[in-house]
Design a protein around this ligand. Structure first.
Ligand code: BGC
Length: 903
């Protein structure tokens, strides 16, 4: 037992609604979380106290005028609902927490944190949606693009009293950048994000107190089409009736700055008719097509005091959207990494190609000096043609081209604001003179920081694979989980998202990101109950849903519950999920759900096809099981029972139709075994036979897959459960097509859409399908789930990583693996190494959690922890021995186990 007097616990990483010091929360009972750490072993939080005050000073002085929980006796550290006085619109709150440990010793107060409430009442909004009429398109929508200029809006106002607090609340129908006195407000891109704007429009809030000066101030906004009125997805490619402007034709901005003065008075500077509007440097701005900036047309100083705006017009006022105004619940797009080119080549005279070394989503920053009017064109691509120029065929209708026209005034530094691209290579033409390597900087943008995991194994190829997974997750967790960031698609494809969501949760804290996306998914649910192919859902082709895509509506919430212990999201989604289950029941005959809808099946599978009906029914069974668990978690006990009954009925019907007496499936494909086993649809006595057949099929296939988006992740998850750890490692380390290693040996820096998107062999490459070949598609990255759950063996026993499982699938096929996962309760580490027959397993478990560690040996007496034999160990004991595995229960701390490995 740790010496608690000397080592009290520390509470850290305080968050509200999964966010650090969020600036606009509009849920009535926000949820608090923190982590605890403390030296030594078996550290536990036995109680906490949260206090909330209206000012930082009051918080420090012990004047907790908003909420004081007193000493709450529980080990809970997250999902704790605020339950104090009614929280007020726009108000700022300060909070801190202290905790008691296992010996009832109290910690210091945590570092104080804060949050602000958003605009809670519609009557608090004073702004109008304003823009500028720039004419309209009158051509053939399929023959030419319509890319109108951005709209610039400004308002000069004066301040002559002392400002106490100034807060901006801003949004747009379109995408906007908000500016104050010549500077951008906030570090975010493509605000206010993408929603079904007919249902909700998110706003942002910024503390601008320090940006306001005495005398003249100028507030400015630039607004462009974005998802609201620009081109989205493949609409142009497939010649939909509408190709752009899915939510509206004209972008507009709405916002207000609320200035609270020291003297207690308040002033609101709101967007309205008194603002001025004009065009400026941005001549074209579209997410898919790119941006054109003419620096000769920029209005120098337009967003700062002293600018002459008499030539500017009065803005056009647009109608308020139908969607409700809400605070953004997710994580905004930010710069995550800056990349300097590894090389610059000139494949053709005057055509320069910059290699950024990795395939990102984002923009390029251009540095240039030259004559006024010089036009520099920037194209983006993921791979090169054989002549060294950038390949753009796979971008399909996404023009993905930016243009910069020089002002001619010294060194010019430019980056686009309202577009993004998926690329590793940047091709520049029209550059005055020969560019240095620093003429281009790659800026990786993403909604998330991929910093929750580490992974290293004794196989370098697998380490590159891990890095590729992170890169591709970062590139596609972009406002919504997109399928890919480069071509005319970039949609929140639900099949991809459901298959990858658990993997995603290991690599990044995706709690807020998925909280936001699940609202999109809920909003996009079809009136008849199906969740659609992608969300948001601006348009569709005739079929709107598909098996394994629509199931995202159940699978993602369940994963949020499992990983973060989040029952609120389950409650939020529950009515929709029930409706979806009813829809499936309705579509089923005798508990079997047919394929139906759009049938992609096991998308991009190689050689083997699994029937859509099989896939439909197996996912239906899985949904029923997850629904039973979620219903129980939120106290819907009757539903829990009926969903469990439903699962059992589906299981019976499924086995009768699809599983033969010898344990084979009627389909006999890798995917069919993987799904049926992993979803628990095999009759108990046949499951091992099914797993044996799956293993046999993989082996007969040369330790390679024949699977697509759906089967791939489940093959190894299923094999791992039935004693085929070694085979999993063979698949994991495979380098022949189809495998992950194949892409790595062919030079990938990202996860590809196809197992063979590219090969170094030019003859083979000529047959590649450029029309659908993305080099940044996270779906096959779903192996991360196996890498963490089985490779490193880090999993949660119940929900939310309070009771952890450490169960690495150690295999002679691999020398070592070491890695970590920053869970909602803190850092979990697992690392194992084999030397001869000696196995070491190092484990770290965070304070206030427990773990069951599985030590794979039949020689129980050989197990040591540190230098001490386990059977002589104080405080550590073997819980049980299962075949050739010992299960040891540990509390928090660092442990080093060693043993003679089982043979
Ligand atoms: C997307 C996918 C998606 C699929 C549906 C593709 O075009 O890129 O990732 O899931 O369509 O089959």
């Amino acid at each position: 037992m740790a010496n608690t007097t000397e080592n009290p616990l520390t509470a850290y990483d305080l968050k509200v609604e999964y966010l650090e010091n969020p600036s606009a929360i509009d849920v009535e009972h926000p949820r608090f979380s923190w982590k605890v750490r403390g030296e030594g072993r078996n550290r536990v939080q036995s109680a906490y106290q949260i206090v909330v005050a209206t000012t930082r000073e009051k918080l420090a002085a012990g004047d907790w005028d908003v909420w004081d929980t007193g000493k709450a006796v529980t080990n809970q550290t997250n999902q704790i609902e605020y339950n104090g006085a009614l929280l007020e619109s726009k108000a700022e709150y300060h909070w801190k927490v202290r905790v008691w440990d296992e010996g009832d010793i109290r910690s210091e107060w945590s570092v104080p944190a804060k949050w602000s409430m958003g605009v809670l009442h519609f009557s608090d909004w004073e702004g109008l949606f304003i823009g500028l009429d720039v004419g309209q398109f009158e051509g053939n929508k399929y023959d030419s693009l319509y890319l109108p200029p951005a709209r610039y809006l400004r308002k000069s106002f004066s301040v002559d009293k002392k400002v106490k607090r100034a807060t901006a609340y801003t949004t747009a129908l379109g995408v906007y950048e908000f500016r104050l006195n010549g500077a951008k407000v906030g570090d975010y891109y493509l605000l206010p994000g993408w929603t079904d704007y007919n249902k909700r429009v998110y706003y942002q809030s910024f503390d601008v107190t320090d940006m306001i000066t005495t005398g003249e101030n100028v507030v400015g906004a630039v607004v462009a089409d974005g998802w609201y009125s620009g081109y989205i997805g493949y609409a142009l490619l497939v010649r939909l009736d509408k190709v752009r402007g899915f939510y509206g034709e004209n972008p507009s901005f709405m916002g207000q700055i609320v200035i609270e003065y020291e003297d207690g008075s308040e002033e609101v500077i709101a967007s309205n008719k008194s603002w001025k509007a004009s065009q400026g440097g941005i001549r074209e701005a579209d997410i898919l097509m790119g941006e054109t900036y003419d620096a000769t047309q920029q209005n120098e100083g337009w967003d700062a005091p002293g600018f002459e705006d008499s030539l500017w017009m009065s803005p056009k006022v647009y109608t308020y959207p139908n969607g409700r105004l809400q605070a953004y619940p997710g994580e905004l797009i930010e710069e995550r990494e800056r990349l300097t080119p590894l090389s610059v080549k000139e494949p053709k005279p005057g055509t320069y190609v910059f290699d950024l070394g990795k395939n990102i989503a984002g923009i390029a920053e251009l540095k240039v000096r030259g004559q006024k009017g010089t036009k520099v064109k920037i194209k983006y691509g993921e791979i090169l043609n054989s002549d060294g120029t950038v390949l753009t065929e796979n971008l399909r209708m996404a023009r993905a081209t930016d243009t910069y026209i020089l002002s001619g005034q010294g060194e010019e530094l430019w980056q686009p604001k309202f577009t993004y691209h998926g690329f590793q290579y940047v091709q520049v033409t029209g550059y005055p003179g020969e560019p240095d390597a620093d003429a281009i900087t790659g800026i990786a943008l993403s909604s998330i920081a991929t910093d929750a995991s580490t992974f290293k194994s004794s196989n370098g190829m697998n380490n590159q694979l891990y890095s590729n997974i992170l890169t591709t997750q970062s590139a596609n967790f972009f406002e919504v989980p997109t399928d890919c960031p480069q071509r005319d698609e970039r949609l929140g494809w639900t099949g991809d998202a459901q298959t990858y969501c658990r993997s995603a949760s290991y690599n990044a804290d995706v709690s807020a990101f998925f909280t936001k996306f699940l609202v999109d998914l809920d909003d996009a649910q079809r009136w008849y109950g199906a969740y659609p192919n992608f969300a948001p859902f601006p348009y569709s082709r005739p079929d709107q849903y598909a098996p394994a895509w629509m199931d995202a509506g159940v699978i993602i919430p369940w994963n949020m519950y499992k990983v973060y212990g989040d029952t609120r999201i389950v409650e939020r989604m529950y009515p929709g999920m029930k409706k979806f289950m009813d829809f499936q029941a309705d579509a089923s005959t005798d508990y079997l759900r047919p394929g139906g809808g759009n049938n992609w099946g096991d998308w991009l599978a190689v050689d083997e096809q699994t029937s859509h009906d099989f896939i439909g029914s197996s996912y239906y069974g899985y949904d029923a099981k997850l629904m039973a668990e979620m219903a129980e978690a939120i106290g819907e006990n009757e539903d829990a029972v009926s969903y469990m009954n439903l699962f059992n009925n589906i299981k019976k019907a499924f086995a009768k139709k699809y599983i033969l007496e010898n344990g084979y499936t009627t389909e006999d494909t890798q995917t069919s075994y993987a799904l049926a086993l992993y979803f628990g649809l095999y009759p108990h006595d046949l499951a091992q036979k099914g797993a044996d057949r799956l293993a046999e099929k993989v082996i007969n296939n040369g330790n390679k897959f024949s699977t697509g988006f759906l089967g791939t992740k489940h093959v190894m998850l299923a094999l791992a459960q039935y004693g085929y750890a070694d085979l999993c490692f063979k698949l994991f380390q495979q380098t022949e097509y189809p495998s992950w290693g194949y892409s790595v040996v062919n030079g990938s820096t990202s996860i590809w859409e196809r197992w063979n998107s590219y090969t170094k062999n030019p003859d083979e490459n000529s047959s590649l399908n450029a029309a659908m070949n993305s080099f940044s598609h996270y779906a096959f990255g779903s192996v991360a789930e196996w890498m963490f759950i089985h490779g490193l063996g880090i999993d949660t026993n119940d929900e939310g990583f309070r009771n952890i499982i450490i169960k690495p699938a150690i295999s002679k096929e691999m020398g070592s693996m070491v890695g970590s996962y920053e869970s909602i309760n803190g850092l979990i580490e697992s690392g194992w190494e084999m030397k001869g027959n000696r196995l070491t397993l190092n484990v770290t478990v965070p304070a206030n959690t427990r773990a069951e560690v599985y030590i794979p040996t039949s020689k129980i007496a050989s197990i040591k922890e540190g230098k001490t034999k386990l059977n002589k160990h104080e405080g550590l004991k073997i819980l049980e021995v299962i075949e050739d595995e010992a299960v040891v229960e540990i509390g928090s701390g660092k442990y080093s186990f060693s043993c003679t490995w089982k043979q």
